[in-house]
Design a protein around this ligand. Structure first.
Ligand code: FAD
Length: 468
């Protein structure tokens, strides 16, 4: 991996010594992904302190034809922030740009730099009695730039939408170093021609997000969290239908967990399930600024039990119990990581298709890989489940991945609901996406990054990209 001449010296001159990290020990954590599935090479890790520095660094990389891998908290689950391929490249870490510039509780918005950690943004909003609704298990490390670049979902999409629905304004550095400053906190802005949507969910292949203005909402004063066991997924949908009818907008999360997923949590962590065994579990959260929520949820659940849809359940009676129920849910990913080799699938389907999809998945999985076991959980209310499969260490993952993705395709779903394509799913995306759609995206890439220096090998296969 070479960049020629005094490339690194030019970078240092444009920023500072400390912003250009070449020490292998300091770089190591930036070169491997959260799941330790991907490791790459880089000439340096760059840690700019301002948008102007990002712009200068990008210009120098473009001149030297050095690729740039933007990185936030490095919690992505698709290898998008890890260098890939032989092209000389640098990791551009936004971690040093983490200021929260402004919180406006009346205009309901917050302006932050891309490296700000999601948890600190949520805390800053809460300090003004407002809520930034994106919430996910990695929120203590994931950055705002990362959640924008992956269009992250999380547990509150049902009520508040995905990250895309919460971005009002963006500041972006383009592949030639041009800075586009559009941090306007406007809810209505048809003059902007909606270009900002191109960058949301683009996984760093179209531009580098350096700051954003995000939408805040009122903070629900009342909260109700319950855990319910149900016999099958069809019944889970019946409960979902009833919850929507009774709770309406107050329903914020409707999560489904397979029994085996929670058993793994119990066996790897000191956590106990407060509900009697069922085949599936539902974690239901409702929130409202209006009083009477707990009574409404309890009445809804009574009805659910009377219908015979649920076997057992508990409504959290304190904030601590509510946290405990969420802790069980949030430890599933880590329990899976501790359980060995797994193939992750992040699928969305029309929600009513899930019972048939999961039935076929479970029936046919042993034919694909005899010793496979499933670890299914996720955001059923959003039509998004993580249909993960644990395999023996020596087993390859291609067959299982193709099996699941073919099934998703046959049911009219998406193989990347919220985690992105990264380098993990890019070949599958190419296999299952129409040529017309691929061509459209390549044209957009060519227009914004004609030399292919932004995050090569992610989202779009680079060779194909350059050839077209
Ligand atoms: C335990 C756990 C639970 C998770 N749960 C969820 C969940 O429920 N929902 C969900 O959607 N995700 C979830 N994730 C995935 C992950 O947290 C999100 O994808 C998050 O948005 C990544 O943020 P990050 O700052 O870590 O990004 P990184 O991992 O650093 O980067 C992710 C991608 O964004 C690009 N990128 C990063 N910063 C920028 C920037 N400033 N400009 C341009 N591109 C950039 C990178 O190049 C890469 O392609 C989970 C992860 C873990 C480990």
């Amino acid at each position: 991996m070479e960049a020629g001449g005094d490339f690194l010296e030019r970078l240092r001159a444009a920023t500072s010594d400390a912003a250009v990290v070449t020490d292998p020990d300091m770089m190591a954590g930036h070169l491997t992904d959260w799941r330790h599935m991907f490791t790459g090479q880089a000439l340096a890790v760059l840690r700019p302190g301002s948008t102007q520095e990002v712009s200068r660094l990008v210009r120098l990389c473009a001149e030297a034809n050095v690729a740039i891998v933007p990185q936030g908290g490095n919690t992505g689950l698709a290898g998008g922030a890890t260098p890939q391929g032989d092209m000389p490249q640098v990791v551009l870490s936004l971690a040093g740009m983490n200021n929260i510039r402004l919180v406006d509780p009346v205009g309901l918005c917050i302006e932050v730099e891309a490296g700000a950690i999601l948890q600190s943004v949520r805390d800053a909003a809460a300090a003004e009695d407002r809520l930034f609704p994106v919430s996910l298990a990695a929120e203590g490390s994931a950055s705002i730039g990362g959640i924008i670049a992956t269009n992250a979902g999380g547990v509150n999409v049902l009520r508040y939408g995905m990250t895309r629905d919460l971005v009002l304004g963006l500041e972006v550095v383009l592949a030639d170093g041009t800075v586009i400053d559009a941090l306007r906190p406007l809810r209505k802005d048809n003059a902007a021609r909606y270009w900002k949507q191109l960058f949301i969910g683009s996984e760093g292949v179209l531009g580098i997000v350096t700051a954003a203005t995000l939408r805040l909402v009122s903070r629900p004063l009342h909260r109700s969290v319950s855990l319910v066991s149900v016999p099958n997924v069809q019944t889970a949908l019946s409960v979902f239908g009833r919850a929507q009818t009774v709770l309406g907008d107050a329903l914020t999360a409707f999560e489904l967990m397979e029994a085996a997923a929670l058993e793994r949590v119990e066996s790897h962590f000191d956590l106990t399930l407060p509900v009697q065994a069922g085949a599936w579990y539902l974690l239901i959260e409702a929130g409202s600024t209006l009083a009477g929520l707990t009574e409404t949820v309890e009445a809804m659940l009574e009805d659910v039990f009377e219908q015979g849809w649920a076997a057992d359940g508990v409504v959290a009676s304190s904030g601590a119990q509510a946290e405990h129920l969420w802790t069980l849910r949030e430890h599933i990913t880590e329990a899976e990581a501790k359980s060995g080799h797994s193939v992750k699938h992040d699928v969305s389907l029309p929600i009513v298709a899930f019972p048939a999809f999961l039935e076929t998945f479970r029936t046919r999985l042993p034919d694909v890989e005899a010793e496979a076991s499933s670890n299914v959980f996720g955001h059923l209310g959003d039509g998004n489940l993580h249909v993960n499969v644990l395999l023996p260490e020596e087993a390859g993952s291609t067959g299982v991945m193709r099996f699941v993705h073919d099934l998703v395709h046959a049911h009219g779903g998406s193989i990347s609901a919220e985690h992105g394509l990264g380098q993990y799913r890019v070949a599958e995306w190419e296999r299952l996406t129409s040529r017309a759609e691929q061509m459209l995206l390549r044209r957009i890439k060519m227009a914004l990054d004609p030399h292919g220096i932004l995050n090569p090998g992610k989202g779009l296969p680079i060779k194909e990209h350059k050839a077209t």
